[in-house]
Write a protein that binds this ligand. Structure first.
Ligand code: ZN
Length: 423
């Protein structure tokens, strides 16, 4: 398939001998310059057997070799100024409206902005006024989420809310034929853009794979236009961004109350002895699952490792033959179908790893974190997991149970942070 170089704001890597058509705004430059990969900003030190340097950091996007070219389409495209882009009929709460107004102001001032909001605070809807303003002014927008399932969940909500060209792009979608004015994508897709977006929204900025990932952060800077705004959304902001906000280098808003006005549920702590914590389905888990069954609730059970899932699944199914139980992990080819089945209440219990810790919304679930002392459960992850519970206005409560053998500093910080958020 030949590359379509006509799309403004896109970039491509081509081989040393490949040529590009003459198109206004289309430029090519060495893909590796002074030992730095121009696609991802990393130092290049790896060599092929033929002694040519190549970039290891962005290898998964296709190999960049020293003689390659980076082709960029820097043409400024004029997007339509839409008179009535919003189809959403919902209403923001007073608090959400304040944050939304801050965001519109930052966008108008070409300023970056950090939004600190607890999960379930209605972050997506708070973006709508800024998106409306952008569409009315002929701007181009992207929302980048850390993982495919989060992007997939966002897309239909935005599609229903906005009357504009809109597209979804992640590692498993077909290439887009036409670039949309409003793009929902995974963060990795940003490597394909340069100087493209007037408004680039990074969802869950504290999430793996974004945090401490220099190439991804480079890609974000490349993808936003020089005059554009970056919005960072998170429940647990990284220190760097908090500092920038404190020094007024970027805008800042916080929303600690969930959209239905209720608090985050305070996790219950269950100490387990050394032998209990090794059991597959111990008494505290059994009693919680029975309680959930009586209350008609679904339960998410988090385990530290993917390798544990099959063994635990068998034990749970043996103990609760009447319940519909499944397991899902990031390596599971059926994971999207299983998550959908859980959402449609075709499953009662879902065993999982931290893949479901953020972004994915279920109504009325309870949560058990097993072996919560494991180093994989740091504060941001635990706060996010607790935030899975009580997201529906008609069911704001629910049980969050942390089963642990050792009370780690992350558990302590999590309890403190949730109490602080609720104040
Ligand atoms: Zn690279």
């Amino acid at each position: 398939m030949s590359t379509d170089f006509t799309q403004p704001g896109r970039q491509w890597v081509i081989g040393a001998c490949e040529t590009i058509p003459i198109i206004p705004g289309l430029i090519k430059k060495p893909a590796i310059k002074k030992g730095i990969c121009q696609r991802c900003g990393s130092q290049v030190s790896a060599k092929l057997p033929n002694q040519h340097f190549y970039c290891r950091a962005c290898l998964e996007l296709g190999r960049v070799v020293a003689e390659d070219w980076l082709v960029q389409n820097l043409q400024i495209k004029h997007w339509p100024k839409l008179a009535q882009p919003c189809l959403w009929a919902g209403q923001l709460t007073d608090q959400q409206s304040l944050v939304a107004a801050d965001l519109v102001e930052s966008l108008q001032k070409h300023r970056h902005h950090l939004v600190e909001a607890v999960t379930g605070a209605g972050k997506t809807e708070m973006l709508f006024p800024a998106i409306i303003w952008a569409l009315k002014n002929g701007l181009r927008i992207a929302i980048a989420a850390p993982r495919i399932d989060v992007a997939i969940e966002l897309f239909p909500r935005l599609q229903a809310a906005f009357d504009c060209s809109i597209g979804l792009r992640h590692g498993q979608t077909e290439p887009l034929k036409i670039e949309p004015q409003l793009l929902i994508c995974t963060t990795h897709q940003l490597f394909k853009y340069c100087q493209a977006f007037d408004l680039l929204i990074i969802d869950e900025v504290d999430a793996f794979p974004f945090q401490n990932n220099e190439p991804l952060q480079f890609a974000v800077k490349q993808a936003v236009r020089e005059t554009g705004s970056l919005f960072f959304l998170t429940a647990t902001p990284p220190d760097k961004l908090l500092k920038a906000a404190q020094n007024k280098k970027i805008g800042y808003s916080s929303l600690h109350r969930r959209f239905h006005g209720h608090h985050l549920p305070i996790p219950r702590l269950a100490y387990c002895s050394r032998s209990q914590i090794k059991e597959l389905c111990p008494a505290v888990v059994k009693s919680t699952l029975l309680k959930a069954e009586r209350a008609g609730k679904q339960v998410l059970v988090f385990l530290p490792r993917i390798a544990q899932l099959p063994e635990y699944l068998k034990a749970y199914q043996r103990t609760f033959p009447k319940l519909r139980i499944a397991s899902v992990s990031a390596e599971d080819p059926d994971r999207l179908a299983k998550i959908a089945a859980f959402r449609e209440k075709k499953l009662d219990v879902l065993l999982t790893t931290t893949i479901l810790e953020r972004g994915v919304t279920f109504k009325s679930v309870w949560v058990i974190v097993w072996q919560a002392e494991d180093a994989i459960y740091q504060t941001a992850a635990l706060v996010q997991i607790a935030g899975r519970v009580g997201r529906a206005a008609d069911d704001p409560d629910g049980i969050v149970l942390f089963c642990y053998h050792r009370y780690t500093k992350y558990l302590r910080q999590t309890m403190r942070q949730i109490r602080r958020l609720n104040r």
